[in-house]
Design a protein around this ligand. Structure first.
Ligand SMILES: COC(=O)C(/C=C/C1=C(C)CCCC1(C)C)=C/O[C@H]1C=C(C)C(=O)O1
Ligand code: AKG
Ligand code: FE2
Length: 352
């Protein structure tokens, strides 16, 4: 293990991995309140939801809504199949990320994230003193609303990077709309109950997560345990390398790979809107010493400034309101995240 210099802090994990077997101190996880960093864990029996059954009214829709409710109130996540996105588009999205990564460093540095910015190409952001860094490099891009895009950060090489990401964004937007309606139906609420709080100009960020091989996967996190600050996150997994794990009842479970299925998890903002019926699950990604891994996460969040709070119909004598109504959850999320705390705790009315 090597020590740390100020310059070192900004080195990409890809460069560290190519350099050899040294793991800088700032990546080594010293306390693991959520359990050991290990891949020797049970495989998750992850719920599978068929989107085609949710999007058109059919004899099987009600059955699928029951499965959706159960998935989101127990695990807070599921794999979605028959989502309508062509497999070749998914493959191209992931492969474009991979191609970008293989470019010479000087070409990639054109898209480098500026200090204190979210968007661009870079390593884990340093947000607070003594933060243990994740063993990951990223391309982080705002993809919606369209007029908010900073194209200077969107790679032009490979050639199809931008159009593929644009098409994928359109498709994810449609999936999320169907899911938000279905989630309301699954709770016997009017279809638009969640969509009303989501607004016309939802904010979506896509993050390509690259995890180079790590010589000591037992000492570092690819992504440390966290719950997403989004309303919904749609995640494309690596097609052959496992790494994602979800926590349930204090036990970590490995997520199995199902090629071309997407992982959907609820983020903190849906936990708030559903008054805690749907759970924003803790999850983490681990590395391994043999193979690089890539995942593509799209964080879907309500329009900026939109007030979110528990849907009124879900509150009654038996089910008291559990969360505050807030206008600025993303700000709260970042403030708490920077302090290494769980952001959702800031909006809970009672501490658990
Ligand atoms: C798990 O990470 C997140 O959920 C997340 C989400 C961020 C968000 C925005 C960037 C704006 C819109 C709202 C929402 C809260 C969904 C990560 O973002 C950052 C935080 C760190 C740290 C980071 O590396 O990315
Ligand atoms: O890489 C993964 O599988 C998970 C990534 C993740 O949780 C995230 O980007 O928020
Ligand atoms: Fe996540």
């Amino acid at each position: 293990m090597s020590g740390d210099s100020e310059l070192d802090r900004y080195r990409l994990v890809q460069e560290l991995a190519e350099d050899g077997d040294e793991i800088p101190e700032r990546f080594i996880c010293k306390d693991t309140p959520y359990g050991l960093i290990t891949a020797s864990l049970p495989l998750m029996d992850i719920p599978v939801i068929d989107l085609s059954r949710l999007s058109s009214s059919s004899a099987t829709t009600d059955e699928e809504l029951v499965k959706l409710r159960s998935a989101l109130s127990s695990w807070g996540c599921f794999q979605v199949i028959n989502h309508g996105i062509e497999f070749c588009l998914l493959d191209e999205l992931r492969e474009n990320g991979r191609q970008f990564l293989k470019l010479p460093m000087k070409d990639k540095q054109r898209y480098a994230r500026a200090a204190n910015e979210i968007e661009g190409y870079g390593n884990d952001m340093i947000l607070y003193e003594n933060q243990t860094l994740d063993w990951t490099d990223r391309i982080y891009l705002l993809v919606s609303p369209e007029d908010g895009r900073k194209l200077q950060y969107w790679p032009e090489d490979p050639k199809s990077f931008r159009v593929v990401l644009e098409e994928y964004t359109t498709r994810v937007k449609m999936i999320v709309e169907t899911l938000l309606k279905s989630m309301a139906k699954a709770l016997n609420l009017p279809d638009n109950s969640f969509l009303n709080q989501y607004g016309e100009r939802p904010v979506m960020y896509t993050r390509y997560n690259f995890y180079p091989p790590c010589p000591r996967p037992d000492l570092v996190h690819g992504v440390k345990p966290h719950a997403d600050g989004s309303a919904i996150t749609v995640l494309q997994q690596d097609e052959e390398v496992e790494g994602l794990q979800f926590l349930k009842d204090n036990q970590w479970f490995r997520v199995p790979i199902r090629p071309h299925a997407l992982i959907v998890n609820v983020g903190d903002q849906i936990e708030v809107m559903s008054n805690g019926i749907f759970k924003s699950p803790l999850h983490r990604a681990l590395t391994n010493s043999a193979k690089e891994r890539i995942s593509v996460a799209t964080f879907c969040s309500p329009e900026v400034g939109k007030e979110i709070g528990p849907v009124e119909e879900l509150i009654n004598d038996k089910n008291p309101r559990l969360y505050k109504t807030v206008k600025d959850y993303p700000e709260i999320f970042f403030k708490y995240y920077q302090q290494g705390k769980r952001p959702i705790d800031a909006v809970k009315l009672y501490s658990s």
